[in-house]
Design a protein around this ligand. Structure first.
Ligand SMILES: Cc1cc2nc3c(=O)[nH]c(=O)nc-3n(C[C@H](O)[C@H](O)[C@H](O)COP(=O)(O)OP(=O)(O)OC[C@H]3O[C@@H](n4cnc5c(N)ncnc54)[C@H](O)[C@@H]3O)c2cc1C
Length: 292
């Protein structure tokens, strides 16, 4: 974990663009509450193939106007032409956005065109060619291996190339086993990767939804956690309390082990992430967030 310990701690929150006016209000309310703890940035999801483009634009503008926190939109390269991508990047440049989170995305069903980018590596390459160092480029990483990768090694080689082509940092898929993350960083270090790779944290609130989603994206929920969550049935208060305890302990272990920060998947709700934040005794003053 030596490569990670040199970086100042970076805490961030991920949000999704809302579908309705009520959802937009809820998102802004969430961001207001989260802004009080002074995160480094909010990241905003993007539907692959431009599925949520207008809503992502609107969410980025709204959060920018309502808080003083940096906003880092996600951009998915799949099913997009180079021309469309230039227009999108220009849209953000004219708004003064300098931090983006770049990924391939999953092909939306019914869409047959893969676009001009075969993978995230080509996409990062394109952004660096067109914009040099203008953008700080974050990308994705998978401590438990991406479900479509043919092996852990090819997945790591993919990440290595994303950094070689110009990614500055990575945010990981969420996980509940800290050893998976520590081992992953060890493997990255052996390949010479020393950029910050910030662990993704998914608070536990709705067990059945989480279980379905985790199965789809190759995230392991350890058996002992599944069993405890299963035993609570529909008792959502117990699920939330247990989930908060498990996720707090995970974050404590990650920070004690030298992680470069935490990236919370908020699902547009402030309370679950803030509860963990409070349990971790993290200062709301960025300059006082020292490593333990
Ligand atoms: C932090 C984070 C944020 C995300 N935000 C969004 C978002 O805003 N919008 C969204 O749509 N999705 C998002 N995703 C999900 C992501 O789009 C999917 O995981 C997608 O399948 C992979 O995209 P990628 O750029 O992360 O993967 P890449 O880094 O391009 O690939 C990951 C691995 O999968 C392998 N792989 C990928 N596709 C194939 C394939 N077809 N055949 C064989 N191997 C393959 C690659 O070789 C590599 O090993 C996010 C994921 C993370 C971790």
């Amino acid at each position: 974990m030596q490569s990670q310990k040199i970086y100042p701690l970076a805490f961030s929150f991920e949000c999704s663009p809302a579908r309705t006016e009520a959802g937009s209000e809820m998102l802004l309310n969430t961001c207001h509450q989260l802004a009080k703890v002074n995160p480094c940035f909010f990241s905003v999801n993007y539907g692959a193939g431009g599925a949520t483009q207008e809503r992502t634009f609107a969410a980025v503008d709204d959060i920018n106007a309502a808080t003083s926190i940096e906003v880092a939109p996600h951009i998915a390269g799949i099913s997009t032409s180079k021309g469309e991508m230039s227009t999108l990047l220009e849209h953000y440049k004219t708004r003064g956005i300098r931090h983006i989170t770049v990924l391939r995305g999953d092909k939306p069903s019914g869409l047959h065109d893969f676009g001009d980018f075969n993978n995230t590596i080509e996409f990062i390459n394109f952004i660096r060619e067109q914009y040099d160092d203008y953008f700080f480029i974050g990308t994705t990483a998978y401590p438990e291996t991406h479900p479509l990768a043919t092996s852990a090694q090819t997945d790591l080689a993919n990440l290595q190339q994303k950094f070689e082509r110009g990614a500055d940092a990575a945010l990981t898929q969420y996980f509940y086993n800290p050893d998976a993350f520590f081992r992953f960083i060890d493997s990255c270090e052996k390949l010479g990767i020393d950029q910050p790779i910030v662990p993704g944290i998914m608070p536990i609130t709705n067990y059945h939804q989480l279980a379905r989603f985790s199965d789809r994206c190759g995230v392991e929920i350890p058996r002992w956690i599944r069993q405890r969550l299963d035993s609570y049935g529909e008792d959502s208060a117990s699920i939330t309390a247990f989930g908060e305890e498990v996720v707090t302990r995970l974050c404590e272990q990650l920070l004690a082990g030298g992680a470069a920060g935490l990236h919370f998947y908020t699902m547009n709700k402030a309370a679950p992430s803030l509860a963990v934040w409070k349990n971790l005794n993290l200062s709301n003053d960025k300059s006082l967030r020292s490593r333990r």
